[in-house]
Design a protein around this ligand. Structure first.
Ligand SMILES: NC(=O)c1ccc[n+]([C@@H]2O[C@H](COP(=O)([O-])OP(=O)(O)OC[C@H]3O[C@@H](n4cnc5c(N)ncnc54)[C@H](OP(=O)(O)O)[C@@H]3O)[C@@H](O)[C@H]2O)c1
Length: 264
């Protein structure tokens, strides 16, 4: 299947490793130019170089902390300056720290609000004038916790704020259809990244089990019996962002090996 991404420009937020990096690499493999950011300048530079070498594609690394307005602006402006257009925006960020409700103070909520909700608001706001020109699209990378937060009592920051992100993105999919802009989401269940390892380590500490026992417990809840590979996740995100998904908008696609039990 030709995804129609050759020569397109994709902006992938939070992409030095994990899900963002896998998505950036998949875009580059499909012939898109990729603008990618993370806070650590060396890490994002290395990731961009490695992806360019592996795919013979063009990548631009930008050091940016997505919880800060001026850094969101730098990410988007640097990419536009280099490549002159935007066809796809992948909204992604680092996850808020784990914690149960009674362990978290207002400062933790404020920080998570900036990182998870406001980064999404700001990136979309900055992207819209460009996406209107190209009739481009936005894919939000969120979490299956939006559908089933009770699985994660120690991730209340993520659960609460990602629900707000989903309210926004579903509303945007209606509002921006008239401009030819599609808005969709991919929701990872347990896709194996450093974040998943650190969450499993946190659960192990809280429950007196080993990290391996925690991971095995998760595998048992997943019909496909294992964590996902970031490349499996990236394939879904890149398809939704491609021309071949031209009649799909307002959709939230879980990529979770069947973990969610609900029908929808
Ligand atoms: N993996 C899963 O199955 C899963 C499931 C549900 C939800 N999620 C969510 O998906 C997102 C990505 O997860 P992941 O598994 O890919 O995590 P990861 O492997 O830890 O990667 C996180 C990426 O985000 C970047 N980052 C973190 N904070 C940032 C900030 N303030 N500004 C810019 N970049 C930032 C990191 O680079 P720097 O450190 O250089 O900034 C890194 O590139 C997280 O929000 C996570 O909670 C993941």
């Amino acid at each position: 299947m030709d995804l129609g991404l050759v020569g397109k420009v994709a902006f992938v937020a939070a992409a030095s490793k994990g899900l963002g990096r896998a998505i950036a690499e998949e875009f580059a493999r499909e012939g898109a130019k990729v603008v990618m950011c993370s806070r650590d300048e060396a890490a994002i530079g290395t990731a961009a170089r490695e992806i360019a070498a592996a795919t013979k594609g063009e990548t631009l690394p930008v050091a940016a902390d997505l919880s800060k307005k001026e850094d969101c602006e730098r990410f988007i402006n640097a990419g536009l300056e280099k490549f002159g257009r935007m066809d796809v925006l992948i909204v992604n960020a680092g996850g808020p720290p784990p914690g149960r409700f009674e362990e978290l103070d207002e400062a933790a909520w404020d920080k998570a609000y900036q990182l998870t909700l406001m980064s999404a608001v700001r990136l979309v706001k900055l992207a819209l004038p460009e996406l209107k020109k190209t009739k481009g699209n936005v894919v939000f990378s969120t979490s299956t916790s939006v559908r089933q937060p009770t699985q994660y009592v120690a991730l209340i920051l993520s659960n609460a704020l990602r629900a707000a992100v989903h309210g926004m993105l579903k509303t945007l999919s209606k509002d921006l259809g008239k401009d030819g802009i599609r808005v969709n989401a991919v929701q990872p269940g347990r896709v194996h990244t450093d974040r998943i390892d650190s969450l499993d380590a946190d659960t192990a500490k809280r429950t007196g089990r080993s990290q391996e026992q925690v991971a095995t417990g998760w595998h048992a809840q997943i019909p496909l019996g294992r964590y996902g590979d970031p490349r499996e996740y990236a394939a879904a995100a890149v398809f939704l962002a491609s021309e071949r998904a031209s009649y799909i908008t307002g959709v939230s696609l879980q990529v979770d090996g069947g973990m969610l039990q609900a029908m929808f």
